[in-house]
Write a protein that binds this ligand. Sequence first.
Ligand code: AMP
Length: 250
Amino acid sequence: MSGHPTRQGWFSGEAVECNPLPPPREHPYRLVLLGPPGVGKGTQATLLCEYTRACHLSTGELFRAAKCQHAPSPAMLLALDAMRRGELVSDEVVISMVQERMTCLHCPGGFSLDGFPRTVRQARELDRMLAESDLTLDAVVCYELPLEEIVARLGGRRTCSDCRAVYHVTANPPAVPDVCDQCGGALVLREDDHPTAIRRRMQAYRADTAPLIDYYAATGKLIRIEAVGTPEAIRARTVEALHALMGAVA
Ligand code: AMP
């Protein structure tokens, strides 16, 4: 995406500033995207960032990138095992990973966090990390969808093994079956999109992540969005709700 922030700071895992830095905003958007696996948070994060010009920061994407590292640390190997099984990675590992990337949370361009926080403990840590720089979240967008639809979406999802572009066998098929339209890479079913892993991920969501809805509702910053319709329609609904909550600040 031309002119889009590079997310170098997020992927490098060090306190480096991106070059170029995202253009500073008078009021950058600082968002958290919540919702069960398969609801389309990643797609929405990408679409929303085209609008807010903030970075899409996904912890799941960091774990998937770590799978390709030559010598992952013992803690990362445990994390990757948990991910393959469809379980949550431990709070300690995820929190320290985000802490190493604190520069991204303080970025003048803002951020859309996708997949973090996933537990109340992670949410408290995020509040603490932001408060250290007198920052707060602007909004928490929670995408909602009936369970049966989520299972159908996840089972049909295919991800490019090279560029990570996401397709769906019926809702968003590639021009040539199993081949990425963008880079020609092979499309694969993510390990954690296999049926057993999907069930575990849904259990983890209900037990650990759903309580975050009450946590954020209490702050008055929670926006609930029905994740039905085309990705563009969902994005338009989200932008409208953000405006209603925050005013037109972009
Ligand atoms: P996602 O791409 O957000 O669906 O994340 C893929 C997998 O990465 C999850 O099923 C978890 O195993 C792991 N993961 C990502 N983010 C977190 C988090 N904040 N806390 C715990 N586990 C996470």
